[in-house]
Design a protein around this ligand. Sequence first.
Ligand code: ADP
Ligand code: 5GP
Length: 189
Amino acid sequence: MSSRTPKLFVISGPSGAGKGTLVAQVRERLPHLGLAVSATTRAPRAGEIDGVTYHFLTDDEFTRRVDNGDFLEWAQVHDHRYGTLVSEVERNLDAGRSLILEIDVQGALAVKRRFPSAVLIFIEPPSLEILRERLVGRGSETEESLALRMADAEEELKVAGVYGARLVNDDLARATDELVETLTSYERC
Ligand code: ADP
Ligand code: 5GP
């Protein structure tokens, strides 16, 4: 029998901090962890797969799902809507699986209100300059969306203090080790 207690982990941090990259690395090391696939109204980037990276919805479909009560939480982030589907959380928790939600700070606070035992983890970039370099290097942003994400990053970093754990994603291998250690230590609680 497993000695692990299923946990709800919420991972936030500015766009480009490396949340997606870190979560992918961590899930290779901790394959028992589930990941909730969020819904969004933003367009897919090259290589993103509908139903795997996100559920990519039209504005009308997103509104219909909001009206239907399908979201545990949803928020306007940067210039689009993003939301956590109740079905994604239940699918994992019902199977007794710990689960990661990779969501923004507004969503994290909403989840914490609903699930007080949720563990909130904030991923920080080493600096705003490096954050900008990573966003540019990812090649995903227009000038306009880059400026918006950088402005939002400064606001998000101000909220980092409410998170139970904070981690700087400097060297990827080191940060992965630290996140694996953080997750496993919370799972032992
Ligand atoms: P987020 O999910 O937080 O928006 P990503 O995981 O997409 O961020 O990472 C943003 C960019 O930075 C990607 O191009 C990724 O390859 C790169 N990256 C992530 N972590 C590191 C790191 N530790 N060192 C250097 N580059 C990184
Ligand atoms: P991106 O467009 O770079 O994939 O994500 C932009 C932001 O949206 C990130 O901060 C990410 O954490 C957030 N996000 C992704 N999914 C959700 C969600 O379901 N709910 C909320 N509130 N934010 C989300």
